[in-house]
Design a protein around this ligand. Structure first.
Ligand SMILES: [Zn+2]
Ligand SMILES: [Zn+2]
Length: 677
């Protein structure tokens, strides 16, 4: 028997008989590793391009995400079953729960476990596909009756039974004709279709889990016993192959992690997300609505929401002026020809509302503010002495989004961008980018975010033909973005080929109170529009030059940012933003005179106060103020009236005891002025 050489990650080389498996090598290294191992990564040391041993490249996965698993993953080698015999010299890593890529193999095996359990309980279902996803797995089934929550509970119980039996996941190679025969006999038409389409080679790869057999490239974990921390989450409709018009399937989703703790954390996060849902809180706190009568994706700001918006906008406008921006206002509807000049009528057409005809001329509802700002820039000849010109607008735009993707405040059809366009000279771009990043920081600090992710999107330098602007433009702008981030010590991820065709950009994603990322700030160069509109300035040399143009939005859209804030604060806005800052609660009617005095004093001092003079028990009034997430409740009775105090109760900190009214007012002043979070 020939021997082969296995190179381990630490460089050690083991000489073993050909056909040895990764499981056997793990066992030789330590029983503990053998116990923890889930899957192996191998990379042939020499020889032809990598294909998994015994797997022809054509042996197809049962869904696209699996192809990535079976193929190259980290770009080095491919994943194989621990039980796969190794026949040539390879580099080998044995993956355990410590390796991030192994979790997808576990989840994929959980999808098979789900299908095995469903088949035991509902033998007549037709099988679709079952890949791993970000937090777990799904499997698609066709069954006449819908799966009920009771069914899900039964299926999950059956999965636990099968997991406890520690059934091996075994790989089988079948000739294609035999595979088709097997599925035909079993009346699994969708699987036949997959085998027909995807299996190019004569041998087809299958996995069995007890009685269940699946056309699948794998790899899988050795047996079902390792699938412990999972939960079936929901059933959703899905089309076969994701195409409308194809047969409707029922997709059962499951969550799956290594440990119960990780699963519990995930479920807790989901609960938190539900509790914070801005659509629910928006209604409960009477902040905004979407009215079917007016149309989907269009936001009505109710008085309390509009008050918060005013605070947000006041802060922003002050900052804009302080930071050298000029405020402008541009029309909501402009000639369609303008959008032809800008190019939007071509490449952005699908996202625009259709044109409106007036006096035989087509007008276009604006999907962007840029052309408006460009027209203001162009309204007279600019000198280099004026640059940079920074034009800012809370500009409302309308974009067509399919009704299926609309989502509360986060995905809408009409929204207001905190938009700005900077026109500058090449030597000014670094300082302008730096100022934009500094402004973005101010937004995060002011609104209470301390974690974020920064991404720099660059062009694909191998395909300059796909982009506007010269290589010089791209290099200069990208290095300005990169230098600024480096200088400020901001960690960032550079993504090649992700830029829009017209220029590189920086994106800032905020991380909210429960760890979710939200795309927010964008600083985006544009090498396209200045040329299309023939923008110029007169340089120091007396000649005309084309300025550089930067689009920049900090919140992105007021509506979306408001939605994020509602969820981030779970509706409990900090006192400077809160629509009602203090609720005055008299102990009984007897003290209404003093309560009125306190309320008036708050209002005179410029605070948003409200008197709850309903004939209700104090406890009920406190509960209602809590539900409305009002930061301060001021309870007043005989003692308070006599001493000129208020008994302060804070929304999250609870009872803070009696305080002289004047002291409370000056304290509140400080909090509001400093925009304390
Ligand atoms: Zn599979
Ligand atoms: Zn723009």
């Amino acid at each position: 028997m020939s021997t082969i050489h296995i190179t381990m990650p630490d460089g050690a080389i083991r000489e073993v008989p050909a056909g040895t498996t990764a499981a056997e090598i793990a066992q030789q290294i330590s029983p503990r590793l053998a116990k923890e191992a889930l899957v192996a990564r191998i990379q042939p040391v020499k020889g032809p391009p990598a294909t998994a041993p015994g797997v022809s490249a054509g042996a197809a996965p049962d869904a696209a995400p699996e192809a990535q698993l079976g193929a190259t993953g980290n770009g080095e080698g491919f994943l194989v079953d621990l039980r796969a015999p190794i026949d040539e010299d390879v580099r080998l890593s044995i993956l355990t729960p410590k390796d991030p890529e192994a979790i997808q193999v576990l989840r994929h095996s959980a999808a098979h476990l789900l299908a095995a359990a469903v088949l035991e309980l509902f033998p007549n279902v037709k099988l679709g596909i079952g890949p791993p996803i970000d937090t777990g797995f799904f499997y698609d089934f066709v069954r006449e009756e819908p799966f009920t929550p009771d069914d899900l509970a039964r299926i999950e119980k059956k999965m636990r039974e099968l997991a406890a039996q520690d059934i091996p996941n075994e790989r089988k190679m079948l000739p294609k004709a035999e595979a088709l025969e097997l599925y035909r006999k079993w009346d699994q038409g969708f699987k036949c279709e997959l085998v027909e389409e995807r299996a190019i080679d004569p041998m087809v790869s299958f996995y069995t889990t007890g009685k269940f057999i699946d056309f699948c490239r794998g790899p899988h974990i050795p047996s079902t016993g390792r699938i412990r921390a999972f939960k079936l989450m929901s059933v959703a409709g899905a089309y076969w192959k994701g195409q409308e018009g194809n047969p409707q399937m029922q997709r059962i989703y499951g969550a799956c992690f290594y440990t119960q703790q990780e699963l519990d954390d995930y479920l807790h996060k989901l609960e938190e997300a539900k509790r914070r849902d801005h659509r629910r809180l928006g209604a409960e706190l009477d902040l905004f609505s979407i009215q079917e009568e007016a149309g989907p994706g269009l936001i009505f700001w109710h008085p309390k929401g509009a008050l918060i918006r005013k605070q947000m906008e006041d802060w922003l406008r002050e900052e804009l002026l302080r930071r050298g921006y000029d405020l402008v206002v541009t029309p909501h509807i402009m000639r369609l020809d303008l959008w032809k000049t800008s190019g939007h009528a071509g490449f952005y057409k699908e996202n625009m509302f259709g044109p409106v005809e007036v006096e035989k001329t087509d007008y276009q509802l604006k999907p962007m503010n840029c052309p408006g700002h460009i027209l203001i820039y162009k309204s007279r000849l600019r000198s280099y002495r004026e640059l940079p010109v920074r034009l800012a607008e809370l500009g409302t735009v309308y974009r067509y989004e399919r009704s299926g993707v609309l989502h509360g405040l986060l995905r809408v059809r009409g929204f207001t961008q905190d938009d700005a366009h900077i026109f500058c000279m090449p030597e000014q771009i670094e300082s302008e980018v730096e100022a934009c990043i500094d402004f973005a920081y101010a937004v995060m600090k002011t609104f209470g975010f301390d974690k974020y992710i920064v991404e720099l999107s660059d062009w694909d330098a191998n395909h300059p033909e796909n982009y506007a602007g010269s290589a010089d433009d791209w290099n200069r702008a990208t290095s300005a973005l990169q230098n600024t981030l480096t200088k400020l010590g901001v960690p960032f991820k550079r993504i090649e080929g992700e830029a829009a065709f017209y220029g590189p950009k920086i994106d800032v994603k905020l991380i909210d109170a429960i760890g979710r990322p939200w795309q927010l700030t964008t600083v985006q160069f544009d090498f396209n529009l200045p040329g299309r509109f023939g923008l110029e300035y007169v340089g120091e040399d007396g000649n005309r030059h084309q300025p550089l143009m930067v689009h920049r939005a900090l919140w992105g859209s007021v509506e979306r940012f408001f939605g994020i804030l509602i969820e981030h604060y779970a509706g409990a806005f900090p006192v400077w933003l809160a629509p009602v800052q203090a609720e005055v609660l008299p102990l009984s009617e007897k003290f209404s005179e003093y309560a009125k005095k306190v309320t008036a004093a708050l209002k005179d001092a410029g605070f948003r106060a409200h008197l709850d003079d309903r004939n209700e028990k104090l406890q009920a009034k406190i509960r209602d103020a809590q539900l409305q997430k009002i930061p301060y409740m001021l309870i007043v009775g005989g003692k308070e009236a006599e001493a000129g105090t208020v008994s302060v109760r804070h929304q999250s900190k609870g009872d803070l005891g009696p305080r002289p009214l004047e002291e409370f007012l000056s304290d509140l002043r400080k909090q509001v002025d400093s925009r304390a979070i």
